[in-house]
Write a protein that binds this ligand. Structure first.
Ligand SMILES: NC(=O)c1ccc[n+]([C@@H]2O[C@H](COP(=O)([O-])OP(=O)(O)OC[C@H]3O[C@@H](n4cnc5c(N)ncnc54)[C@H](OP(=O)(O)O)[C@@H]3O)[C@@H](O)[C@H]2O)c1
Length: 285
């Protein structure tokens, strides 16, 4: 089975658009995402543009703050403070990577946890781990939707997460181990020994390492569910971290790249922005 992330993302976005319309009708409040883009990295510009278009389609307002690469830490922090205090702004997103010289951790920590729709703030990461999230981490939450809506069983399954980044690997492992999801989780990284033995034992294998076609057929067990988070630009186009053509005959289900996990991330960002607006409205009323 090919796990179609593009189709699911369209469904999720339609659902969010409907919920947003209901929320606006009930409260008179339009959810609004503030995006901050520092410098002129072309890939970041495309990502931010796509997020703005997705907001528009869902009936969510978006405001872009485009700052020059020479922006200082103090200037960026002052903008974040202003957005934190602005009642019109539901969510704040600071596009990464930031130009050299800016302290990324300090900037992400500065965003109010109530408006942290990427769920990167340590308070939100802690809440995710404890199973009482304010917002769900976008890429891992998109993967959980893909798993659930394709009726893939997780309870008692051996799930292996390849990669331990703060954005994907760690929060993915946190979601899979929660009560109700109930997977038995192993996290692998660049120091893992006998990696292929570990990945071959996975009933659910989630790969986020940023190495084109790294996972080959001999690293995958028969009938495994394989989720490829990787987005790698190569001479032959966009490829994932999994050698799709070789692995697809062994896997019971697999995500393609593109059209797998990628489109789900933005869909979950929209959902988080609506959630932020709902939470802020409830706390004010
Ligand atoms: N679909 C989406 O929306 C989405 C979202 C985010 C990221 N991505 C893509 O997902 C990929 C991973 O992104 P990321 O931000 O999680 O990456 P990252 O921060 O670079 O982390 C990569 C992880 O992979 C591990 N790793 C690297 N080489 C390895 C090897 N040979 N064997 C075992 N582990 C290895 C690293 O181990 P160490 O910790 O030991 O160094 C690290 O934990 C990238 O292609 C990125 O573009 C896609």
């Amino acid at each position: 089975m090919i796990l179609d992330g593009k189709a699911l993302a369209a469904t999720l976005r339609t659902e969010t658009a409907q919920e947003t319309a209901q929320f606006i009708q009930k409260t008179g409040v339009t959810p609004c995402l503030a995006a901050i883009l520092v410098g002129d990295d072309p890939a970041s510009q495309v990502y931010v543009r796509n997020k703005e278009i997705a907001c528009q389609k869902a009936g969510i307002k978006s405001v872009l703050h485009k700052l020059p690469a020479e922006t200082t830490q103090e200037e960026l922090e002052a903008l974040i403070d202003k957005l934190n205090a602005d009642p019109e702004i539901s969510g704040i997103l600071c596009q990464l990577p930031l130009p050299k010289g800016l302290n990324e951790t300090a900037i992400l920590d500065r965003i109010s946890p109530d408006k942290d729709v990427d769920a990167f703030h340590p308070e939100n990461v802690g809440r995710i781990l404890q199973g009482r999230p304010r917002f769900l981490p976008c890429t891992p939450a998109g993967i959980m939707e893909l798993i659930r809506r394709n009726n893939i069983e997780t309870k008692g399954k051996n799930a292996v997460v390849l990669g331990r980044s703060d954005i994907v690997g760690k929060p993915m492992a946190a979601l899979l181990m929660q009560k109700g999801v109930d997977a038995t989780v192993t996290v692998c990284h660049s120091r893992t020994s006998s990696l292929a033995d570990v990945t071959r034992a996975a009933e659910i294998l989630i790969v986020a390492i940023g190495k084109p076609k790294f996972v080959t057929a001999d690293m995958v067990g028969d009938g495994a569910v394989v989720i490829d988070v990787g987005i790698n630009r190569t001479e032959s186009g966009l490829v994932g971290d999994v050698d799709f053509d070789a692995v697809k005959d062994k896997a019971s289900a697999i995500t393609p790249v593109p059209g797998g996990v990628g489109p789900l991330t933005i869909a979950m960002l929209l959902q988080n922005t609506l959630t932020a607006a709902k939470q802020q409205f409830a706390s004010r009323n």
